[in-house]
Design a protein around this ligand. Structure first.
Ligand code: CP
Length: 307
C-alpha cells in the first residue's frame, strides 16, 4: 500500500506535492468506484472513525461520513451542541472518552486554530483536520485542486484568483499552499481590510479590482464573507461589498475568455456571487462537492495505511 509522508492530515503546509499527487491518483480510482452501482469497498473494514465537530458543517461532515461508509468503516458522529462540552468537559477529555471506545481515526472541526494539532500530540489515533478556525481546511483545498485538475487537465501553470474574505478564510490559506505546491499562480482579490498584512510573503499577488482579477485568471474561487468570525466592521455593508467584489453575469460577459467559477460553500447568493453565475455552465461548484467524497476516501485510505 502507498503511504503518505505523514500519519495525520493537519494542513496542506505540512504535506508534499508527492503526497497531494498520491491523494489525487487514489481519488481518481475512488471516483470511478462511487459512480458504480455498488459504491462500497471493504478497504477500512474493522477501522472505527469518529467525526468530532465543534463547529457547524453541512458539506464536510456529510462528505466525510459518506467517504467513511463507502470504505466500510464503522462511524460515530459527535457534535458539541447537545454534548457534555456544554457541561464544561475539555476538548482532550472529550476525545479521550471517544478514544476509550476504541476509535482509530478522528476527523475534527474546531473553531480554534491549532486544535487538531494539539490533539495529534496527545492521542495515538490518526487526526484529520476538517477545518480549524481561520487556519487551514486541507481536504477542501485538496478537493478544489482535484476539481481544477479534472476540469482543466492540470493545475500546474493555471492562474487562480481567490476572491473575498481572505483574512478569516481557512479555505484561502489551504488553497494557497495546495495550488502553489502544484505549480499554479495565485492572486487574491478583496477589500484591503480583509487582506492579511503578511499575505504577499506567501508568494501570492493582490489585486483590488475584481474585473481585472477575473480577466487575469483561468479559475475564480469565490469565498463567503465570514460574518461569524468578524468582531468589527471591515466594510460599510454587504450591499457595498457586493457592489465592489460580488461576481455577476455581466462581469463574466465582459471577459475575452471563459473562466471556471468555484465556491467552497456555503454560498450567500446575491452577496459574493449571483445565482446566474453560481448556477451557470461556468460553475463547477457541485462538482467540487461530488469530488469531496472521492478525495476524502483517498485521504482516509492512505492515512489508515500510514505508520
Ligand atoms: N466548505 C465547507 O467547509 O462547508 P461546510 O462548512 O458546510 O462543511
Amino acid at each position: 500500500m502507498s503511504r503518505l509522508s505523514t500519519r495525520h492530515l493537519l494542513g496542506i503546509k505540512d504535506i508534499s506535492r508527492e503526497d497531494i499527487e498520491m491523494i489525487f491518483e487514489t481519488a481518481d480510482n475512488f471516483k470511478k468506484i462511487i459512480n458504480r452501482p455498488i459504491k462500497k469497498v471493504p478497504s477500512l473494514r474493522d477501522i472505527t472513525i469518529a467525526n468530532v465537530f465543534f463547529e457547524n458543517s453541512t458539506r464536510t461532515k456529510l462528505s466525510f461520513e459518506l467517504a467513511e461508509k463507502r470504505l466500510s468503516a464503522d462511524v460515530v458522529n459527535f457534535s458539541s451542541s447537545g454534548s457534555s462540552v456544554k457541561k464544561g468537559e475539555t476538548l482532550l477529555d472529550t476525545v479521550h472518552n471517544i478514544l476509550a471506545m476504541k476509535v482509530d481515526m478522528v476527523v475534527m472541526r474546531h473553531s480554534s486554530p491549532g486544535a487538531p494539532h494539539f490533539l495529534s500530540n496527545h492521542i495515538k489515533a490518526n487526526v484529520i483536520n476538517a477545518g480549524d478556525g481561520t487556519h487551514e481546511h486541507p481536504t477542501q483545498a485538496l478537493l478544489d485542486s482535484f476539481s481544477i485538475r479534472e476540469k482543466l487537465g492540470d493545475v500546474a501553470g493555471k492562474k487562480v484568483v481567490i476572491v473575498g474574505d481572505i483574512l478569516h478564510s481557512r479555505v484561502a490559506l489551504s488553497n494557497i499552499f495546495a495550488l502553489q505546491k502544484l505549480g499554479a499562480k495565485v492572486k487574491l482579490c478583496g477589500p484591503a481590510t480583509l487582506m492579511p498584512k503578511y499575505i504577499t510573503s506567501l508568494g501570492v499577488t493582490v489585486e483590488s479590482d475584481i474585473q481585472k482579477a477575473l480577466q487575469w485568471c483561468d479559475v475564480a474561487n469565490i469565498l463567503r464573507i465570514q460574518m461569524e468570525r468578524q468582531q468589527i466592521k471591515y466594510f460599510p455593508s454587504l450591499r457595498e461589498y457586493s457592489l465592489y467584489f460580488g461576481v455577476n453575469k455581466p462581469m463574466l460577459e465582459k471577459l475575452d475568455k471563459e473562466i471556471v467559477i468555484m465556491h467552497p460553500g456555503p454560498i450567500n447568493r446575491g452577496v459574493e456571487i449571483t445565482s446566474d453565475v453560481a448556477d451557470s455552465g461556468h460553475s463547477i461548484i457541485l462538482n467540487q462537492v461530488e469530488n469531496g467524497v472521492a478525495v476524502r476516501m483517498a485521504v482516509l485510505y492512505l492515512l489508515a495505511g500510514a505508520e
